[in-house]
Ligand binder design. Sequence first.
Ligand SMILES: N[C@@H](CCC[C@H](N)C(=O)O)C(=O)O
Length: 321
Amino acid sequence: MTSAVAEQPGPTAPGAPLRGLRVAKGHGTENDFVLVTDEHGRLDLDAAAVAALCDRRAGVGGDGLIRAVRSDALAEGAAALAEDPSATWFMDYRNADGSAAEMCGNGVRVLVAHLLREGLVAPEELADGRTLAVGTRSGVKRVAAAPDDDGRPGWFAVDMGPWSVPGGDAAVADGFDATVAVRGLDGVPRPGLSFDLGNPHVVVALTSREELEGADLLLAPEVAPAPAGGTNVELVVPLDAPAPGVGALLMRVSERGVGETRSCGTGACAAALAVRLWAGADSPDVWRVAVPGGALRVTALPGGRVELAGPAVVVADVVLA
Ligand SMILES: N[C@@H](CCC[C@H](N)C(=O)O)C(=O)O
């Protein structure tokens, strides 16, 4: 499973092999990740090594891999530091197939939980409403400690930044800009609406919980027109409002570079924003998104930004053989 197995003291040299490396495993609503600390950007983590580590049978297993690296230790970090000099940590996110992704909403919370646990970020940095700036390929995201849906502490909230509908006003007015064929439904492609959350999404509304459960996501849904770089696809069913001013929905997701996962944070944002758009002017800004792996909270912020809140836990340390 290692990219190069040789007698090495550890990952201290440029292009160092992974043998003996301590990694961690964590998840956010069961969207799970291999967490690799590579403060000085010295590891040789090519796509094959990432795919091997994420392999659920032959590796550690995960929907993706998160490399925690100092922003000044990699070329992609320069843009983050230019945007916000306090964004000293960068989330190098890779999907389970080894491809790089721009952003991961669950992952950025889990990264912060990992940095806290490793002592690389002090708890005070998130105390008293302070936020931690994290560089990503889709810009700097600010993470704060936040309450869960019952007001208990323990969640993290991420200002995910600006979102957009790539199809513009016409797509918003029509409510869709794509068709999506989903195996296990009635064979008729459904309308979908594309969103840019830093990474690409297409959201499809289904009619019932039964229909959502019947979707077969072992095969990725087919989106037409096919987005050049691929896309994540969210299937959603709106639910009755749980409280005044709060919306709710069920979601399943097929992630680009992975397949069906138990949750997707950027996907939850896209799903909530889509249902909010479809519901019209008076629809709530706060949405509870139920995914197979748990619950997330999405809040549409003023100025076309969106916030994602949810749990993040680290469950294991692993030393690579
Ligand atoms: N699970 C993530 C998204 C991960 C990246 C995605 N598969 C892509 O390729 O864009 C999330 O929580 O947002």
